[in-house]
Design a protein around this ligand. Sequence first.
Ligand SMILES: *[C@@H]1O[C@H](CO)[C@@H](O)[C@H](O)[C@H]1NC(C)=O
Ligand SMILES: *[C@@H]1O[C@H](CO)[C@@H](O)[C@H](O)[C@H]1NC(C)=O
Length: 221
Amino acid sequence: MASSSTVKPIFFFLVFIPFHFPVLSSKPKAPTPSAWPLQFHSVLFMNNSGTLQKVDLWYDWPNGRNFNIIQNQLGKLSYDLEWDNGTSFIYTLDSNKECRVLHFHVGVLRPNWLDGANYLGQEQKDGFLCNVWEKVDFIWYYEDVITKRPVYWAFYTGYTAHVMTFEVGAVLEDSEWQAPLHCFMEAEEKRKRDVKFGSLGRIGRRLGKLMRGVSGASMAL
Ligand SMILES: *[C@@H]1O[C@H](CO)[C@@H](O)[C@H](O)[C@H]1NC(C)=O
Ligand SMILES: *[C@@H]1O[C@H](CO)[C@@H](O)[C@H](O)[C@H]1NC(C)=O
């Protein structure tokens, strides 16, 4: 009788301490955004202050390249081919033969470019329950809580992206990654005109500035 009353409190102590200790000592850890797959193809619906675009994004980190094929609604089809050495070719393949060659100080976004983003909690977006992060007041990024796929992001300019497809491992064949001949003619003259470029360049430059050392450069636009 006497022995059972002294053993019980000890047993209680041993069993419950290990379970209580972690709860008392640490807060729940904020989720972190998934790194981008090394290669993927994504179809994005973009809204640039009311101007709608469909973008085919081909992200190819091992080959140091990133491609945005941008179809403006009932309008221009343009190509934004970015290399990890900081050179971007933005061109059309129609009879206008436009091309702008831009030079950034940083290259393609690294797969972990979202590291260090601030967790803002969960929110419903486009019908998906998402974890939401913000990075350097530049981008707000929404990722599906269950599948961890990106669903939506928004830049500080109001430029937004809705992720329609996300094909992990899809690669565009090498022959498609070739800027057209007209990009290499009068390159010097074109470079001078590059001083003026639109929201694409602005966002790319700002991203480059903010994330230099942390990650890569211009963004999936
Ligand atoms: C595009 O964004 C503008 C705000 O910038 C909004 O008024 C408009 O409804 C959006 N269009 C679509 C199709 O989402
Ligand atoms: C960067 O790489 C691309 C593709 O190889 C090339 O066309 C371009 O000239 C390079 N830019 C620089 C500054 O070397």
